[in-house]
Design a protein around this ligand. Structure first.
Ligand SMILES: Nc1ncnc2c1ncn2[C@@H]1O[C@H](COP(=O)(O)OP(=O)(O)OP(=O)(O)O)[C@@H](O)[C@H]1O
Ligand SMILES: [Mg+2]
Length: 250
C-alpha cells in the first residue's frame, strides 16, 4: 500500500474509440495542494472524475488509501466518497433546493449532527464565500459566479479529507477569484489532500505545492514549480504564458 491518499496506476479512459486519458500515473498526498493544469479539452475534468470514482477507468486503476475503487461495491464506494468534497466545473447544484439546503446537504448526510449546528455551519461557510445574504435563494436566481461560490461552500462545509476543485474561479471577477483561492488555502488542512484544476496559474501559485500537466490525456509534467527549469519547452511556455494570459482564449 502506498502512502498516497489517491494513486492512479496506468489510468486510461476512453469515450467510444477516443482515449482521453492515457497511461496516467499519479499520486496525490495528504498535506499537499496539487495543481492540475493543461490546455482545454485535454482531460483534466475527466481525470478529476476518475479520482472521485464518478467515472470508471477503461485501463489501469485508481486507489484511495490503497483501496482499488473498481473493486468496491456500491456501499464501499459510497463510504469512500463520503471523504470527498467536489466543486464541479458546471456547478451541479440541486435546482430545486435553496442555497441553504444545497450547502447543508453533505452535513445532513452525516446523521449525527444536530440541526442547530448544521444551520450555524452553513451560515458561516456561506459568509466565508460572501453569500450570507443568499441563504434562501434558488440556484436559478444566482449569477454564474454566485453558483460557483455555493458549490465551493457545499464542497467544503463538511471539512472533507479529499478536496477536488474543478476550475473554481472560472467566470469570477478578479477580487472574488483571489478570495476563492485564499479560501482554498484556508480550507486545506494538513491531513487533507487537495487537487485544484484551473487556468488561473497566477493564483494557483499562491496555493499549489506541486503541478501535474496533462497534454492529450498524458502527464507531461509532474513536480514543483522549481522543477519547471528542467521541463520541456512546451510545458514552460504553457505555465509561464498562462500565468500572465490566463484570461485570453477562454
Ligand atoms: N461524457 C463524455 N462523453 C464523451 N466525451 C467526453 C465526455 N467527457 C469528456 N469528454 C471528452 O474528453 C476530452 C477531455 O475533456 P475534459 O472535460 O476532461 O477537458 P478539460 O481538460 O477539463 O477541458 P477544460 O479546460 O475546457 O475544462 C474532451 O475531448 C471531451 O470532449
Ligand atoms: Mg474541465
Amino acid at each position: 500500500m502506498s502512502g498516497a491518499a489517491i494513486r492512479c496506476e496506468g489510468l486510461g479512459k476512453r469515450f467510444d474509440d477516443t482515449w482521453v486519458l492515457r497511461d496516467v500515473d499519479l499520486d496525490v498526498y495528504r498535506g499537499e495542494v496539487l495543481g492540475l493544469i493543461g490546455p482545454g479539452g485535454h482531460g483534466k475534468s475527466v481525470l478529476l472524475k476518475c479520482l472521485a470514482g464518478l467515472l470508471s477507468p477503461d485501463a489501469g486503476r485508481v486507489l484511495v488509501d490503497g483501496e482499488d475503487l473498481a473493486r468496491l461495491g456500491p456501499l464501499g464506494l459510497a463510504r469512500v466518497r463520503e471523504q470527498y468534497g467536489y466543486v464541479f466545473q458546471n456547478y451541479a447544484l440541486f435546482d430545486f433546493m435553496s442555497v441553504r439546503d444545497n450547502v447543508a446537504f453533505p452535513l445532513r448526510q452525516q446523521a449525527h449532527l444536530p440541526p442547530a449546528e448544521i444551520d450555524a455551519r452553513v451560515a458561516a461557510r456561506l459568509a466565508d464565500v460572501g453569500l450570507a445574504h443568499a441563504l434562501d435563494l434558488l440556484p436559478r436566481e444566482l449569477s454564474g459566479g454566485m453558483k460557483k461560490r455555493v458549490g465551493l461552500a457545499r464542497a467544503t462545509v463538511g471539512d472533507p479529507a479529499i478536496l477536488l476543485y474543478d476550475d473554481p474561479s472560472a467566470g469570477l471577477d478578479p477580487v472574488t477569484s483571489s478570495k476563492i483561492f485564499q479560501l482554498i488555502a484556508r480550507m486545506h488542512r494538513p491531513a487533507a489532500a487537495t487537487v485544484v484544476v484551473s487556468h488561473d496559474i497566477d493564483r494557483m501559485r499562491s496555493v499549489c505545492s506541486r503541478y501535474v500537466m496533462l497534454e492529450h490525456g498524458h502527464v507531461v509534467f509532474d513536480g514543483p514549480e522549481a522543477a519547471l527549469a528542467d521541463a520541456p519547452e512546451s510545458v514552460r511556455a504553457f505555465f509561464f504564458g498562462a500565468a500572465h494570459k490566463h484570461l485570453e482564449g477562454r
